[in-house]
Design a protein around this ligand. Structure first.
Ligand code: TYM
Length: 347
């Protein structure tokens, strides 16, 4: 359950716990893993939380990138989030680099992070494995510290993410507690919010691996902005397992289990109910129905995204308003941090 928000961290009269989460603008579209693992929760939590959501463009430059493409993808990311139902009236949606306090706090948190502690982050190990650690940037190494700063700046109580972010959230909690212990109570210790059923959506072609923009083949990934034809084909060609029975069995039937997990989440039907419904039917029927529910979910989002992207000035204006609101909170936290750490106030 969410902890009570730190009274000094929330706007007066606002009793809701605070949520913050972020997503990288590193692809031309978000995918089904992002949607079920995180973004759906972002939308739902607007009703119960004081919501801050962030397109993390600073994180996106930790790997080699193309500047024009990054700018484009940052807008596409924001448009998809609005299209999914993030409401600029109820949530603060902003671009990370618009709020310079993120990098400022990241430096301070980096100074209380052990080198060994940062070296244990598995995502760094995975991402740097291809080219070797010495070719990886320092930014990629300190990535989780910037992520901690994103969360702590807003005094977030809860952070909805997929399973792959659990270790980063643990580090964030450790750093919050360490800072509080050394310099006095400053940060809320956030909790990861990782619903088990959708914590790890897997690759349609390699159902034991995470669906991922960086490692999945195009056939293994379902993109939110993809056209209906290719989406349908990918679902129909998803790898299934030997046998014909439609039952969830992670160890022996990872392919069918992933399809059931996705279908269950999209239709809000329990997996046992689906197993009963498809008893005696082949994989083809399940795939056909699943493809349809993917299209029913994705099509309106794609159409709304296209409309929002047609008016870049309006999109940028909304992001400007988000940045202003985010910055007001971030500034307050940084004032406390500066004071606690011992920086001399400017006359
Ligand atoms: P990113 O951009 O890789 O992914 C965005 C969100 O999608 C989730 N996700 C998945 N969930 C289930 N199954 C999958 N196959 C799957 N693939 C991705 C991720 O867990 C994530 O929640 N480091 C973060 C971005 C970040 C952040 C933050 C998150 C930066 N600052 C502050 C929370 C709070 C990342 O790279 O997410």
């Amino acid at each position: 359950m969410p902890t009570e928000p730190n009274p000094s961290s929330v706007t007066p009269g606002n009793a809701r716990p605070r949520v913050l989460s972020g997503i990288q603008p590193t692809a031309d579209s978000f995918h089904l893993g992002n949607y079920l693992g995180a973004l759906r929760q972002w939308v739902a939590m607007q009703d119960t939380h004081d919501a801050f959501y962030c397109v993390v463009d600073l994180h996106a430059i930790t790997m080699p990138h193309d500047p024009a493409l990054l700018r484009r993808r940052t807008r596409v990311a924001a448009a998809q989030l609005f299209a999914l139902g993030i409401d600029p009236e109820r949530s603060t949606l902003f671009v990370q680099s618009h709020v310079p306090e993120h990098t400022e706090l990241s430096w301070v948190m980096g100074c209380i992070t052990g080198f060994g502690e940062a070296s244990r982050m598995t995502q760094f190990k995975d991402k740097s494995a291809k080219e070797g650690t010495s070719a990886a940037s320092i930014g990629l190494f300190t990535y989780p510290i910037l992520q901690a700063a994103d969360i702590l700046l807003y005094q977030a109580d809860q952070v909805p993410v997929g399973e792959d972010q659990r270790q980063h959230l643990e580090l964030t909690r450790t750093l919050a507690q360490r800072f509080n212990h050394r310099f006095g109570e400053t940060f809320v210790t956030p909790e990861a919010y990782i619903p088990k059923a959708t914590a790890k959506i897997t690759d349609l072609q390699e159902p034991t691996a995470k669906m991922s923009k960086s490692s999945s083949s195009p056939q293994g990934i379902l993109d939110l902005l993809e056209e209906p034809g290719p989406l349908r084909k990918k679902v129909m060609r998803a790898v299934t397992d030997t046998g014909t029975e439609i039952v969830a069995d992670e160890a022996n039937k990872p392919g069918v289990t992933n399809l059931l997990r996705i279908y269950s989440a999209l239709t809000e039907t329990s997996i046992p109910d689906l197993e009963r419904r498809y008893e005696g039917q082949g994989y083809g029927t399940l795939k056909k129905d699943l493809a349809q529910s993917v299209l029913d979910t994705f099509t309106p989002i794609r159409e709304r995204t296209e409309k929002l992207l047609a008016d870049e000035a309006q999109l940028d204006r909304l992001l400007g308003l988000g940045a202003e609101r985010a910055r007001a909170v971030a500034r307050r936290t940084m004032e406390d941090v500066r004071e606690r750490v011992g920086f001399l106030g400017r006359a």
